[in-house]
Design a protein around this ligand. Structure first.
Ligand code: NAP
Length: 210
């Protein structure tokens, strides 16, 4: 599949390389083609050109820029799966991290509302960029959550998660589940502080009820 990864930070680069590893053709993109030029696994482009040539678009830009980037490429998203990894994090001076959107709305829903023709799936925003493509670095099964309003789009992303090596892949249903997936960042940051590193994840452990 031709994939545009919008974002040249750690997530864009590492997930982009992971998607190449499992057989996809990936173009990495930033505001200009320059910012992804040194990415070793494929071409770099600007947001609009990359999205225009892609069958699936990964949104991996800073949370504060997610809506404006989605708006810039909206003409190219009709019918396409948009895999959203963004988190609406804000770091106010002298105050704890906060979410710019929370409780009864989420950044994923805001993105979906801004590009209604796209099929937005939220997945892997709950783990560090290294863990995204190397889940085997953490012992045992641990959770890759995903959600979205379109069942086919959800299954496309779930298939990619399995190919990337994920085993505990949990479909949380429609995109309102993104509220919990984004709010989890409060807990994620505190666990990071406690452990002193980012290569961890949570596992869902369930009683056998049937
Ligand atoms: N880092 C992680 O481990 C991790 C894990 C899970 C989820 N996330 C989420 O994934 C997203 C990407 O994180 P990241 O750490 O890889 O990178 P990042 O530093 O949050 O974002 C880098 C990308 O955002 C673009 N960008 C920044 N400001 C912009 C603006 N004003 N207008 C348009 N584009 C702008 C940059 O464009 P240029 O290329 O043009 O500079 C670059 O492509 C974030 O939403 C983050 O919360 C991160």
């Amino acid at each position: 599949m031709n994939i545009a990864v919008l974002g040249t930070g750690d997530v864009g680069r590492l997930l982009g390389s992971g998607l190449v590893r499992i057989g996809h053709r990936v173009t990495i993109a930033g505001r200009t083609a320059e910012s992804g030029r040194d990415w070793p696994d494929g071409p770099s482009s600007d947001f609009e050109s990359a999205a225009g040539g892609a069958e699936l678009v990964v949104l991996a830009v800073s949370g504060s820029a997610a809506l404006s980037v989605a708006g810039r490429v909206s003409d190219h998203l009709d019918g396409k799966v948009v895999w959203d990894l963004t988190n609406p994090l804000e770091f106010p001076p002298d105050a704890p991290m906060r979410l710019s959107i929370a409780n009864d709305w989420s950044l994923a829903e805001e993105i979906q509302a801004s590009v209604p023709g796209a099929r937005v799936v939220k997945a892997l925003n709950t783990v560090n960029s290294h863990v995204m493509t190397h889940p085997e670095e953490i012992p045992g099964d641990h959770a890759a959550f995903y959600c979205g309003n379109d069942e086919t789009a959800r299954s496309v992303v779930a298939g990619m998660l399995a190919e990337l090596g994920w085993r505990q892949i949990l479909d949380l249903g429609d995109l309102t589940a993104a509220r919990g997936m984004e709010s989890y960042l409060h807990l994620w940051l505190r666990i990071w502080n406690t452990l002193g590193h980012a290569r961890f994840n949570v596992s869902v452990v369930s009683a056998k009820t049937r």
